[in-house]
Design a protein around this ligand. Structure first.
Ligand code: HAM
Length: 414
């Protein structure tokens, strides 16, 4: 039986022939995501993987709703696998914000599901780092979130030569739309048209823009001029003060497809333009109000970064570390009469926090040794019978140095 289209299986390295998704690489990405988010004072949260269908209808926008993995459950409720985390976290914040000091800074690393046509960088499931900041209107918060995005990518070894954050503003687009005499009832269609401009041909662009009353030429010249608003300039200055200025540029070609964004928006791309977006986010100051029926008003912003494009990019740029070493010590059992004591040694080493492996059944000693090398162990340890009972011999496989002594001294040899 085959796995479903657009879903992945993650294998331990080395990968079997024909497979491309590494569980070791996934763990490396998760570690960098978590460590960097914590460095910025973000706290981890999680939510349900299945949600009421209504949570996404009208809040996320048509594109995501058309991609939902939704169904009727056995209790006849209309539900959906989560396609994104933002509505869930906004609902959690609306319900629990009083228990937390502002600004609230939270992160999560959910697996998300979208029924998309699978293509390079887009699958039907992915893991997504979500970092969101609630309760602060000042653009200092936008700069902080963008700085976090940049530092997450830097923690994975990517540099300003590898990626750029394209910064834009829905407010700037809204103002442009109004000065062009755009019809208010078509504002959402206009944002959608701009969002797809980079992928569409001239004819489709013209068709999409026609009902809005704005011409493709005026849109293009607005993007080309790229004059930062006061708000965007403040964010650029803030990032420059941290030495991160070279990682960002104002680019009105970005507008974001999701319906709930209200202000600054941004997307991270690889510099060579080979891949789809690595991450995207922005301000969504009205979503908490919408989800709480107007009870709670709370400015909000954040971003999502998927693992799919990221893994492809890391491989392409040679930034994937070696995952050769999976165990620290292999205990060799060459004398089967010493197996019970050897099991005691294995246990003791594991309790000391080391990753330890050994042969479960009798095996020729050269095979055991070969296995230790394959596993990338830094040491092997072996019990031997000495004149005064059992002793331990430890070999450092890097320096080739050997030490022998009483079994109790094993930890000092490692
Ligand atoms: P999004 O732009 O839909 O935003 O997704 C963010 C990132 O998730 C994308 O840039 C991409 O890396 C990854 N991604 C999205 N869909 C797929 C897919 N089908 N396959 C692989 N990767 C994918 C959001 O989801 C917003 N909720 C992010 C956000 C958080 N905004 C504010 N806070």
């Amino acid at each position: 039986m085959q796995r479903l289209k657009g879903f992945r299986e993650f294998f331990p390295e080395p990968l079997p022939p024909g497979e491309e998704w590494s569980c070791d690489l996934r763990q490396h990405i998760f570690d960098c995501w978590r460590t960097t988010a914590r460095r910025y004072g973000f706290r981890e949260y999680d939510g349900p993987p299945v949600e009421p269908l209504d949570l996404y209808k009208a809040k996320s926008g048509d594109e995501i709703v058309s991609q939902l993995f939704n169904f009727q459950d056995k209790g006849k409720d209309e539900v959906s696998l989560r396609p994104e985390m933002t509505p869930t976290v906004a609902r959690m914040i609306a319900a629990a914000e009083r228990a937390y000091r502002k600004p609230i800074k939270w992160f999560s690393m959910p697996q998300l599901f979208r029924y998309e046509a699978p293509q390079k960088g887009r699958l039907r499931e992915h893991f997504q780092l979500n970092c969101d900041l609630y309760g602060e209107e000042d653009p200092a918060a936008d700069a902080e979130v963008v700085a976090l995005l940049i530092d997450v990518l830097r923690s994975l070894g990517l540099t300003e030569e590898d990626f750029v954050v394209r910064l834009s503003s829905r407010k700037a687009w809204q103002a442009f739309y109004e000065t062009q005499g755009g019809k208010p009832e078509h504002a959402y269609d206009f944002f959608q048209a701009v969002d797809k401009m980079e992928r569409d041909d001239a004819e489709t662009i013209a068709k999409r823009l026609a009902p809005t009353g704005v011409t493709p030429e005026s849109v293009k010249s607005f993007i080309e001029a790229g004059i930062p608003t006061v708000e965007l300039q403040g964010i650029l200055d803030n990032l420059s003060a941290r030495g991160l200025g070279s990682f960002v540029k104002v680019d009105y070609g970005v507008i974001r497809g999701l319906a709930y964004y209200t202000g600054v928006v941004f997307e991270a791309f690889d510099r060579k333009g080979e891949f789809r977006a690595i991450a995207g986010g922005g301000r969504y100051d009205n979503l908490v109000g919408l989800l709480s029926g107007g009870k709670v008003k709370m400015p909000a912003l954040g971003f999502g970064m998927g693992d799919v494009v990221l893994a492809l990019l890391l491989r392409k740029r040679g930034k994937v570390p070696s995952f050769a070493s999976t165990v620290d010590v292999v205990v060799l059992i060459e004398d089967e009469t010493l197996r019970p004591e050897s099991l005691g040694l294995v246990q003791r080493l594991r309790e000391s926090g080391r990753a330890v492996d050994y042969s479960l059944t009798p095996m020729k000693s050269d095979k055991q040794f070969k296995r230790a090398l394959e596993l990338g162990a830094s040491h092997w340890a072996r019990l031997e019978r000495g004149a005064e009972g059992a002793q331990v011999r430890v070999k450092n496989l890097k320096t080739r140095a050997e030490q022998v002594g009483p079994v109790d001294s094993v930890l000092t040899f490692l």
